[in-house]
Design a protein around this ligand. Structure first.
Ligand SMILES: [Zn+2]
Length: 278
């Protein structure tokens, strides 16, 4: 089994949310609840306000630098349309897309549209026009989809999608590969709540269970989604959990790969099987 790690960019600055959505008041409530429940300490609490005052809610450079130390290819999904709590401008996104590409890493679309083929196609075209690149991959914001969404992605020309959460191996939808993913930071750490409710040890136990389940399900690839926003000491459990998870995968001889390399592997396997039949 190999691991494919990817990152969703939901925020870039604090100010992009002001007067546009409820993210800032929610952040205030969440931070105070976590402090009151003893899930975070005073240092972490102050670091969160420091990020807030610095207007910095992304950690893209820091995450790429860390991933490089572990030989982890980085794939970032970044939005062009606005969605729930996703309100950064194309100008802000363009700066980071350029940076990610300069680092030799991969950019995909963090999608908002999923309910019609026209809207899905339009979102892809808007992205290509706004940023002058042709991204191959997609993950929906909040993993939203309906029974037709994957077909729309295929028809819009995506090479892969990783929106489905299930313990299944990658499969084809038309010409597109669907890579189901199994582990998301928020599902582990918040466990169904709107704030952190597990400590690091509880997070590790829950994660080990998911990795065991991936082995039991004979998965060839385990998919992990970690948001760059949380690669910061102001979210101590989150960053500690991610660093622990990468080391745990290495200790367990699970190599890191990218969606592109996995697609090459899957397609050459299909070719070999076809040749054997013929
Ligand atoms: Zn998102």
């Amino acid at each position: 089994m190999k691991a494919i790690i990817s990152h969703d960019i939901d925020h870039i600055t604090v100010s992009e949310h002001l007067l546009r959505d409820m993210i800032v008041p929610k952040f205030m409530v969440r931070t105070n609840i976590e402090l009151a429940l003893g899930k975070i300490g005073f240092q972490e609490y102050f670091l969160r306000w420091n990020d807030f005052l610095m207007n910095k809610w992304q950690n893209i450079d820091e995450l790429i630098a860390f991933n490089k130390t572990k030989n982890i290819p980085s794939t970032f999904f970044i939005g062009v349309d606005k969605g729930i709590g996703l309100n950064y401008s194309n100008n802000a996104a363009a700066v980071w897309i350029k940076r990610i590409i300069e680092h030799g890493e991969t950019v995909g679309i963090h999608g908002i549209c999923f309910q019609s083929l026209d809207k899905v196609k339009n979102e892809k075209q808007c992205f290509e026009k706004a940023f002058n690149i042709k991204p191959k991959g997609m993950r929906m914001h909040y993993v939203k989809r309906n029974e037709n969404t994957l077909n729309y992605f295929n028809e819009a020309g995506y090479r892969f999608d990783t929106t489905v959460h299930s313990f299944e191996n990658p499969y084809k939808v038309g010409q597109m590969w669907e890579f189901p993913f199994q582990i998301m930071d928020g599902w582990i750490i918040e466990n169904g709540k709107k704030w952190q409710c597990r400590n690091l040890e509880e997070c590790k136990e829950a994660t080990k269970k998911s990795i065991d389940k991936a082995f039991e399900s004979n998965l060839n690839y385990i998919g992990i989604d970690f948001h760059d926003r949380y690669f910061s000491k102001s979210f101590k459990t989150w960053i500690d959990w991610y660093i622990w998870l990468c080391d745990y995968l290495i200790e367990n001889k699970i190599a890191f790969t990218s969606f592109e390399k996995a697609i090459s592997e899957l397609e050459s396997q299909t070719q070999t099987k076809l040749q054997a039949i013929l």
